[in-house]
Design a binder for this molecule. Structure first.
Ligand code: PFF
Ligand code: NA
Length: 455
C-alpha cells in the first residue's frame, strides 16, 4: 500500500517497511562489505578482528543506527533540517543542524572516491567477461590492475558512469527512482553472492577460508586493528554522514525502528561474512596472500577466476554484483545533500542533481589522478585518495556519529525520544538509551584520543 506523505507536500514515503529495509540495506551493503571488509580482515589476521568488529556493530553501530533513523523519521526532512526541527522542539540551539551539514559534507567527500573504486569494479566487468584474466598468474593480474590505475581515461570513464547512474536514480526521487532500482538490485545481489559462496564451497579451500574468518587468534590483532574494526563499523553501516537519517525521513510511522535496524545490521553483517566466505576459500585454494591489501579482490580474485572453470562468467557476475552494491550505497550518500538543497533552498531535485553531480565529478578527478598523474603529490605520505579515505573514515564519520549521539542522548528530551523511537518495553528502551548516552560517546572519544596519540 502506498502511504501518504505526512508533512511537506512534495515528500514521499517508502511504500512499505520492506522497501525501507531494502533501501537501508542497500545503503549499508557496498564496497565496504565486499571490497574493504575482506582486505582489512586479511590484513588484521582474520577471526579476532572479525570478533571485535562484530562487537562494535552490536554495541555502537546498532544503537547509533537506531538513533539516526529515529531523528530522520521524527524530523521528516533532510538531515540538517530534521536535526534543526527536533532541536527547536527541545528548545535547543539551532547550531545542532551543523551535525547534518557535516554529514552531507562527509557524504560528498566519500562519494568523490567511492565512485572511483566502483569504477574499478565496473571496468572489471568487461575485462573479466572478455577473458582478460584467463590463466593469469599473480604477476599478470597485478600488471592488469596497475595498468587500470595508470590509465586516467579509463578510470574517468568508468567512475563517471557510476556517478551518472547514481545521479539519474537520485534525480528521479524516492518513489520513482530509489524504490524501483532497489527492488531488483538487492535481491539480485543476494542471489549472486550466495552463488559465489556455493562456488567457493565447491572449488575453494572452504575449511581454511572459514577457519581464517571465524577462529579468533588474538595474538594477530594489534591495537590498531581494534580501531580499524570500530571505524569500519561506522563505514559499513553508513553511519555518521546522514544517509540513514535521510532514509529514516521517508519511513512511515508505525514501523519498528529497533527491529528494522537490527535486520539491516544483520543483513549487512551477513553480506560481509558471505563475501569473506566467497573470497578467502579461493584465496587459499590458489596459494594467494590474504593480507594483500586494497588490491585483494582486484588482483587476487581475478587470478582465481582465471584458473577456475567458467571463471569468466563467475568473475563477470561478481563484479556486476559489486557495482550494484556500490550504486545502492552512492545513492544514499548523495541523498542528504540533494534533499537539503531541495528542501532548504527550493532547488529542484533535477537542478540539485546536476549541480552536485558536476562538483562531484570534478572532485572524483582528483581521486583518479592520485593514482597516476598526481601519484607523487602527497600530504604526510598520503595521496589525495588516501587522504579522503583517512579523513572520512577516521575523523569525519566518528565526529558525525558523536554529534548525533550527544544530540540524541543529551539534548533531546527522554520522553520525546521514547515516543519517537517507539520501543515499548522499558527495559529495552533504557538499555538503548544508556548505551547511547554513555557507552557510545565514550567509545568514540577513546578512538579520537587514540588517533591523536593520547592513548
Ligand atoms: N556502507 C557503505 C559500504 O559499506 O560500502 C558505505 C557508505 C554508504 C558509507 C553510505 C556511508 C554512507 F552514507
Ligand atoms: Na556495509
Amino acid at each position: 500500500a502506498l502511504a501518504r506523505p505526512q508533512s511537506s507536500a512534495a515528500r514521499g514515503l517508502w511504500s512499505s517497511r520492506w522497501v525501507f529495509f531494502l533501501a537501508a540495506t542497500g545503503s549499508a551493503v557496498g564496497l565496504g562489505n565486499i571490497w574493504k571488509f575482506p582486505y582489512i580482515t586479511g590484513e588484521n589476521g582474520g577471526g579476532a578482528f572479525v570478533l571485535v568488529y562484530l562487537a562494535c556493530i552490536l554495541t555502537i553501530g546498532i544503537p547509533l543506527l537506531m538513533a539516526e533513523v529515529m531523528i530522520g523519521r521524527a524530523g521528516r526532512q533532510n538531515p540538517a533540517g530534521s536535526v534543526a526541527r527536533l532541536a527547536a522542539l527541545a528548545g535547543a540551539s539551532a547550531h545542532w543542524r551543523k551535525v547534518g551539514w557535516l554529514g552531507a559534507f562527509t557524504g560528498f567527500l566519500i562519494l568523490s572516491f567511492y565512485v572511483v573504486i566502483a569504477g574499478w569494479a565496473l571496468a572489471y566487468v568487461p575485462a573479466t567477461l572478455g577473458g582478460a584474466f584467463s590463466g593469469a598468474d599473480a604477476a599478470a593480474s597485478t600488471a592488469q590492475f596497475d595498468a587500470l590505475l595508470a590509465d586516467p581515461l579509463r578510470l574517468v570513464l568508468y567512475g563517471s558512469a557510476v556517478l551518472a547512474v547514481t545521479m539519474l536514480i537520485v534525480g528521479l526521487g524516492v518513489r520513482d527512482g530509489l524504490e524501483r532500482a532497489l527492488r531488483f538490485m538487492m535481491p539480485g545481489l543476494f542471489l549472486l553472492l550466495l552463488g559465489m559462496v556455493g562456488y567457493a564451497a565447491i572449488a575453494g579451500d572452504f575449511a581454511r577460508g572459514a577457519a581464517f574468518l571465524f577462529v579468533p587468534d588474538f595474538s594477530k590483532l594489534s591495537a590498531e586493528g581494534f580501531l580499524l574494526a570500530l571505524g569500519h563499523a561506522f563505514f559499513t553501516l553508513s553511519l555518521g554522514c546522514g544517509a540513514m537519517m535521510a532514509y529514516g525521513s521517508y519511513l512511515p510511522k508505525g514501523v519498528s525502528i529497533a527491529k528494522t535496524s537490527l535486520l539491516v545490521a544483520l543483513a549487512d553483517t551477513t553480506v560481509a561474512l558471505l563475501a569473506g566466505l566467497a573470497i578467502f576459500p579461493l584465496v587459499f585454494a590458489n596459494g594467494l596472500e590474504p593480507g594483500a591489501g586494497p588490491g585483494l579482490i582486484f588482483v587476487t580474485l581475478p587470478i582465481a577466476f582465471g584458473q577456475m572453470p567458467l571463471g569468466q562468467v563467475f568473475g563477470g557476475l561478481f563484479f556486476v554484483m559489486l557495482v550494484l552494491a556500490a550504486v545502492t550505497s552512492t545513492i544514499s550518500l548523495s541523498e542528504p545533500g540533494i534533499a537539503w538543497l531541495n528542501e532548504r533552498f527550493g532547488v529542484s531535485r533535477t537542478r540539485a542533481v546536476l549541480l552536485t553531480g558536476a562538483v562531484l565529478w570534478l572532485m572524483s578527478l582528483a581521486s583518479v589522478f592520485s593514482f597516476n598523474h598526481w601519484a607523487d603529490y602527497q600530504l604526510f605520505g598520503h595521496t589525495f585518495f588516501d587522504s579522503m579515505d583517512y579523513l572520512t573514515a577516521n575523523w569525519l564519520m566518528p565526529l558525525g556519529g558523536l554529534g548525533t549521539v550527544l544530540f540524541t542522548g543529551w539534548v533531546l528530551q527522554k520522553e520525546a525520544v521514547r515516543e519517537a523511537i517507539g520501543i515499548a518495553q522499558p527495559g529495552w528502551f533504557n538499555a538503548w538509551w544508556n548505551l547511547l548516552r554513555y557507552g557510545t560517546p565514550v567509545a568514540i572519544t577513546l578512538v579520537f584520543l587514540n588517533l591523536i596519540g593520547v592513548l
